[in-house]
Design a protein around this ligand. Structure first.
Ligand code: IMP
Ligand code: MG
Length: 180
């Protein structure tokens, strides 16, 4: 894709789909008797959310939150660009994100949603980078645990690009302008 050689994928599209089927079947079992509202965090969760929802064997509703996060910023780590439409009071809510890195974003969103009085609130992420955690938080459902590498594809971006790669790859180090 446009000049960058991403090398061998970290996770191929087949591996991603297999993992999503596993997650989907766990979620379907655990929410079998419940009415579930799945809330995706844009833009990163776009493809994951879309495939995860289609792997569920239960009836669900969906909504979205659009936010950007810069964990290093002073003050609020998360800027809300668009809030969700549904009222979640009394609802079983599953928040879906692409990756848990420092944990700051999910922690912020969880606290925000918790204040609205859901019946239950759980988190599902495709990727988990536990080495970089800054706040003590774990996802209830996590697809792959990955080392401290910057990854792109399948929704994950570098400067808003490469989200449309159908697999997940490590961003080549010499293509990164800023070192993290
Ligand atoms: P946090 O550090 O857990 O708050 O993660 C903040 C956001 O950074 C995530 O929702 C992702 O959008 C982004 N992010 C973290 N690690 C990566 C990565 O390796 N590739 C692409 N985006 C990432
Ligand atoms: Mg992002």
């Amino acid at each position: 894709m446009v000049g960058i050689d991403f090398g061998k994928p970290l996770f191929t599209r087949e591996e991603i789909q297999r993992k999503i089927q596993e997650l989907g079947s766990r979620i379907s079992t655990e929410y079998a008797e419940k009415d579930l509202l799945v809330v995706g965090v844009l833009k990163g969760a776009l493809f994951f959310m879309s495939d995860l929802l289609r792997s569920l064997r239960i009836s669900v509703r969906m909504d979205f939150i659009h936010c950007t996060s810069s964990s290093s910023k002073v003050g609020s780590p998360v800027t809300m660009l668009a809030d969700m439409k549904e009222d979640i009071r009394g609802e079983h809510v599953l928040l879906v994100e692409d990756i848990m890195d420092s944990g700051v974003t999910i922690d912020y969103l969880k606290n925000m949603l918790q204040e609205r009085g859901p019946e239950s609130l759980k988190v599902c992420v495709l990727l988990d980078k536990p080495d970089r955690r800054k706040v003590q938080i774990e996802a209830d459902y996590a697809g792959f645990r990955i080392p401290n590498k910057y990854v792109v594809g399948y929704g994950l971006d570098y400067k808003d690009r490469y989200r449309n790669l159908p697999y997940i790859a490590v961003m080549p180090y010499d293509e990164q302008e800023e070192r993290r």
